[in-house]
Design a protein around this ligand. Structure first.
Ligand code: GLU
Length: 478
């Protein structure tokens, strides 16, 4: 028996669009769910519009997302012989024919049809031609398409879809006058020869489907099951485009989104499993069922994507976050032993990996400058005085060996918590009198992880230096 097979068939005209990634993901999941294979085909027959770089960009995006495809990538541009063979077969069986209509004849036919308010269509004049063909015209090849009746199929998403042949069909071209095969013909030959069982694609391809069915039947191939996905809309209800922000998958990477969040986000744009929102790729391989694809367009929400990203940053293993941050240019290995502790401090409050990286940089380095807003809000004479006193207290603790405490992060943060509580109690102060000023001294900004943990991460020696630096900067100025 033939293996259950799906495919993703992008035209390499630019980058991988997130709508394309959703289509790829659904095909991928449906294949995996069935223990089948997921193939990648690059539809690069339009040599003018396609570029190798675009193909590379698609493969890169696939790699980043962790969508693995089976077998070698299929390139349509390398299969012209195969298409030609099938065109010859159709000619031989008289299911296709050469049409010698000149451009002038075609133009005049179009004009007449327009004037009569008729749909422009080829009139079949060479369909049963037996005469001597004009010698100065390189013919196109047309399929003998049904001229009446219905072309219908059961779409896995939309249900029964019917087209009246007389409304949509004519003997469309399958090979141009230079012999090159046309789009729908290549798709059908490939899907059939690649053994594709189900085609999940955007519903912008719905109007191609009756033509493709005509070709499947002429070629004697089994028609796959089709699933046409409703488009993704922006929050304004319009088709998602660059206007709405990023549409290139790799831009999401650069903005600090995890592929786990992006895939989770995309799977839910048009598919559901009860009210569940969080799915790992492995869970999806079990759960994905195309009968739960939604009929209506789904709306893109950046907030939801951020929410999912935050969830994954909170819950992914350190090793995975480290790998992803490294790809964005930040190497946790340079932090040393405390790298995982640092990551844990920051992951709770990071919406993106860039937040995580920027947060990490703030804690690793002594502040190069201080955030103006934070300074005007939290740094004043009074607070600087408390901070000076606190520094003196830390100086008294000079001999304390925190190295052993650091082995146990709780102890160390706890140590600082106790120290600060004691300090505040002695001076009859509240936490607000020192916490924010201390935060600015240690991180340069007004927002950071818990101050006790920050102190633990930085360590007493470095903390003292940072406090001293802030005091030196502002004590005289304020
Ligand atoms: N190459 C087409 C596209 O990029 C997809 C064709 C198909 O899935 O049948 O939109």
């Amino acid at each position: 028996m033939q293996k259950f097979t799906t495919r993703f068939a992008p035209s390499p005209t630019g980058y991988l669009h997130i709508g394309g990634l959703r289509t790829a993901l659904y095909n991928y999941l449906y294949a995996r769910k069935n223990g089948g294979q997921f193939l990648l085909r690059i539809e690069d027959t339009d040599l003018k519009r396609n570029s190798e770089d675009a193909t590379k960009a698609i493969l890169k995006a696939f790699k980043w997302c962790g969508l693995d495809f089976d077998q070698q990538v299929v390139y349509q541009s390398r299969r012209f012989e195969l298409y030609k063979k099938h065109i010859d077969l159709l000619l031989e069986k008289k299911l296709a024919y050469r049409c010698y209509m000149s451009k002038e004849e075609l133009d005049s036919l179009r004009k007449k049809q327009e004037a009569a308010k008729q749909r422009p269509r080829y009139d079949g004049r060479y369909r049963d031609f037996t005469g001597t063909p004009p010698s100065d015209i390189a013919p196109v090849i047309r399929i003998k398409a049904p001229q009446q009746g219905e072309i219908s199929f059961i779409d896995g998403v939309k249900g029964e879809v019917k087209f009246e042949a007389k409304d949509i069909m004519d003997d469309f071209i399958i090979a141009r006058s230079d012999g090159s095969p046309t789009y729908n013909f290549c798709v059908v030959v490939d899907d059939a020869l690649m053994g594709v069982s189900a085609v999940i694609r955007g519903d912008d391809h719905l109007s191609n489907t009756p033509k493709q069915i005509v070709l499947y039947e002429a070629l004697g191939f089994k028609v796959p099951t089709f699933y046409h996905l409703a488009m993704i809309h922006g929050e304004d209800g319009k088709k998602l485009s660059k206007r709405h922000g990023a549409t290139d998958v790799m831009e999401y990477k650069n903005m600090g989104f995890t592929p786990q969040a992006l895939l989770n986000f995309l799977v839910r744009l048009g598919w559901s499993h009860g009210d569940d929102e969080i799915f790992s790729l492995n869970e999806l391989k079990d759960l994905f069922d195309p009968t739960h694809i939604s009929k209506s367009a789904s709306a893109y929400s950046f907030k939801k994507l951020e929410w999912l990203n935050q969830h994954y940053i909170k819950s992914l293993p350190f090793k995975e976050l480290k790998k992803q941050c490294k790809e964005l240019g930040f190497d946790f290995d340079t932090v040393g032993q405390r790298a995982e502790f640092l990551c844990d401090l920051l992951r709770e409050r990071s919406k993106t990996l860039l937040d995580l990286i920027n947060g990490a940089k703030k804690l690793i380095q002594s502040p190069q400058n201080y955030d103006e807003k934070a300074v005007s809000k939290f740094i004043n004479k009074e607070n600087l005085g408390y901070l000076r006193e606190f520094l003196e207290l830390l100086n008294e603790k000079n001999s304390l060996n925190l190295a052993s405490n650091r082995q146990n992060s709780l102890n160390s943060a706890k140590y600082f918590e106790d120290l600060i509580s004691e300090f505040l109690a002695k001076k009859n102060l509240e936490l607000k009198h020192i916490a924010q000023a201390l935060r600015v001294a240690l991180t340069g900004v007004g927002v950071s992880p818990g101050i006790y943990e920050v102190l633990e991460f930085i360590g007493i020696k470095e903390a003292k230096e940072r406090i001293e630096k802030l005091l030196n900067t502002y004590e005289r100025a304020i």
